[in-house]
Design a protein around this ligand. Sequence first.
Ligand code: NDP
Length: 277
Amino acid sequence: MKLNFSGLRALVTGAGKGIGRGTVKALHASGAKVVAVTRTNADLVSLTKEVRHTALPWPGPQGYIRSWLGQSLTQATKQCLSQCPGIEPVCVDLGDWEATEKALRNIGPVDLLVNNAGVTLVQPFIESTKEVFDRSFNVNVRSVLQVSQVVAKGMISRGVAGSIVNISSMVAYVTFPGLTTYSSTKGALTMLTKAMAMELGPHKIRVNSVNPTVVLTDMGKKVSANPNFAKKLKQRHPLRKFAEVEDVVNSILFLLSDSSASTTGSSILVDAGYLAS
Ligand code: NDP
């Protein structure tokens, strides 16, 4: 999906891998400046390198050799090599309230927010522990409240419209064995999305969610690691497939953009029809 976000600044959480990483790259390619927030610094280093590489003007093979030798680069190439224009990395564990507060204290103006960071800690209901429950809710729900508060306060004080997209899951509506806590976090996120939409609407801030089925990211591979389960699960989807990162990113960009100007408190299922089956 090609949308134009030039002149806007976005913040994406969980930017290091999977859906978050894909979202950062798509927003950057659509002209937005992006604050990329994640937990593992090595992911931020590789992300900025990757984006810088794709943003490099193609100098031709001889240009690359000259670049390697440090000779006669164009101004644009020099700029791309010296920094990654448009990506601002922030490394923090969003499950830690105080660390997050500190990391985002001077985050500056944000127009678009994607609350994507999440953990899937699998435990049967009967064996569910306080540690897993607290960690899951802190990362998947509490951090959404905290980061959105910071961003929304900034939008309100600047008097600008904004759009927030929370990455939920189809398991907000249906669940699977072992996902008691995880699907509870996503169910809570559905109501948090509606509550935020209600209170932020008068400030022209829209809040929606995207609810995917399995996407074969690191997280998705872990959840569907059993090949028999994965095969059966795929067959239960009317489209006989899982979703791709790109499918989820396209829905995120749509909800961030003015193309969805009258949509708030809503969710888009990217579930290959699972909930219709
Ligand atoms: P990945 O595990 O591939 O990526 C998650 C990203 O979030 C990683 O960069 C991870 O960093 C980061 N992250 C996790 N915890 C924290 C934290 N405490 N602080 C900061 N960053 C953190 O997951 P996906 O891309 O698959 O998932 C993205 C979102 O989509 C999640 O909210 C997930 O629940 C949802 N989703 C995913 C589905 C799937 O099948 N993949 C299906 C439905 C919904 P690090 O690796 O360093 O911890």
